[in-house]
Ligand binder design. Structure first.
Ligand code: NAD
Length: 412
């Protein structure tokens, strides 16, 4: 058994927890990865990675060296001096924060935390979550009243599929509930990151994380609305954006799309707007941006239908790329679902292809030779047979802006 002082436990071995585990092993830590999904636990146990950014060989090397083991029991945290929570924080059916998974994870570990353990939450949530939700649960459920637990927040900023920015070169925000918690969390992240940014409270770290993703949501909504404004005015929105981007300061380029997807951009800003409402305020810019982005698949579906040849009887539409962004197989919150549903509700026959996704909503991908009346590129996934489809004379609506040089392609 590795020494407790040099052992960390990571709750949740998904997009955030597994890369963190591998980075920590690289920095000399022994890691216990706690994963409660039986399928993921089994997959990782046999040395196979459920996350694109983590190679199987890394997991296998960790297992072989004894530096990494995966457990399906929260009680495994008893052997760690630092416990890092990396579990999902989704929205409920009213698009309000759903902290049930986070609360359940904290309840699971609290009775097993040894004296002096540092608990860090990397899960994204609204300001005050760690102070008002995580801490009281730990205090209530820890094994004895005199078991001292340090607590901090260090929001994850990982960008799945990003070859340039990873754990080491992405600065890490850290805020603890007291000076000791902060110092210990800063010391830990300094072993895996080049730069740790210490802030004065967990609430500053929690709010900064929400600001980062709200910034993206709002700017994406801005260009998506501009795409709709330019769409019927014979102004190419991509040319407009490129022209604006020639300004060397004060402008950041965002491009139109089918909408926003994944676990972060459609979700995190809603935590901020829910928190504003809880405090009697209204984050109207978030609500408006959310509405614009949610409306994009419906707008795209209309543009697709406009490209259908008038002779098309079955109105067969092929969707190219269904993951929420290129380079990943993640289909969580993908806006392509709304696009597909809207096309079907307008009588279209819809099939899809995505080289990284083997099954989507219980459906298998179509064959690239499927005869369609129109194709729509929703996500610029590598390996899509777009050139071959364009060469067949099929009209294509490109929502990604990437395929402008192919014949028969109309850009959003
Ligand atoms: N994915 C991203 O790009 C990203 C980026 C930054 C921040 N975040 C935030 O990080 C957090 C985790 O997101 P993710 O994308 O890694 O989620 P994920 O679904 O990929 O992974 C979370 C894992 O936690 C496991 N889990 C849930 N409850 C558990 C428990 N009690 N014990 C053990 N395992 C448990 C799940 O089975 C799952 O495998 C969320 O708050 C998210 O908002 C995600």
């Amino acid at each position: 058994m590795p020494e407790r002082d040099k052992t960390i436990a990571i709750i949740g071995q998904g997009y955030v927890g597994l890369p963190l585990a591998m980075a920590a092993i690289g920095a000399g830590w022994s890691v216990i990865g706690v994963e409660n999904s039986p399928a993921k636990f089994e997959e990782i146990s046999r040395g196979s990675s459920p996350v694109e950014d983590v190679a199987d060989s890394l997991i296998q090397a960790g297992q072989k060296s004894g530096k990494y083991k995966v457990s399906n029991s929260s009680s495994a945290v008893k052997d760690a001096s630092i416990v890092i929570i990396c579990v999902p924080t989704p929205l409920d059916e009213k698009r309000a924060p759903d902290l049930a998974i986070l609360e359940s994870a904290v309840k699971g570990i609290a009775p097993h935390l040894a004296f002096g353990t540092l608990v860090i939450s990397e899960s994204t949530s609204y300001p005050g979550t760690v102070r008002d939700v995580v801490k009281p649960l730990i205090e209530k459920l820890k094994s004895a009243p005199d078991v001292k637990i340090d607590i901090a927040v260090a929001p994850e900023r990982v960008n799945p599929g990003d070859a340039k920015y990873h754990q080491k070169n992405t600065p890490r925000l850290v805020g603890g509930l007291d000076a000791q918690s902060t110092t210990r969390a800063v010391d830990f992240y300094s072993t895996i990151c080049d730069q740790v940014v210490q802030v004065s409270s967990p609430e500053v770290a929690e709010t900064a994380k929400l600001l980062e993703n709200t910034f993206r949501l709002v700017n994406i909504a801005l260009v998506n609305q501009l795409a709709q404004l330019c769409g019927d005015q014979n102004i190419n929105v991509h040319e407009v954006i490129d022209a604006a981007a020639s300004k060397p300061y004060g402008f950041m380029k965002f491009t139109p799309s089918v909408g926003v997807g994944g676990h972060c951009i459609p979700v995190d800003p809603m935590y901020l707007s829910w928190w504003a409402e809880k405090n009697g305020k209204n984050a109207s810019i978030i609500e408006e941006s959310d509405e614009i982005n949610l409306g994009m698949p419906i707008y795209v579906a209309k543009r697709v239908r406009e490209l259908l040849p008038s002779t098309a009887k079955r109105k067969r539409v092929l969707i190219l790329g269904v993951a929420y962004k290129p380079g990943v197989k993640d289909v969580r919150e993908t806006p392509v679902t709304a696009l597909r549903n809207d096309l079907i509700s307008h009588g279209c026959e819809v099939a899809w292809i995505d080289p990284l996704v083997s099954e989507w909503e219980g459906l298998k991908p179509a064959d690239a030779s499927w005869e369609c009346d129109v194709a729509v590129v929703a996500t610029a996934q590598p390996g899509l047979p777009i050139a071959a489809i364009a060469a067949r004379g099929v009209p294509i609506l490109d929502c990604t802006g990437v395929f402008k040089d192919l014949p028969n392609v109309t850009r959003l």
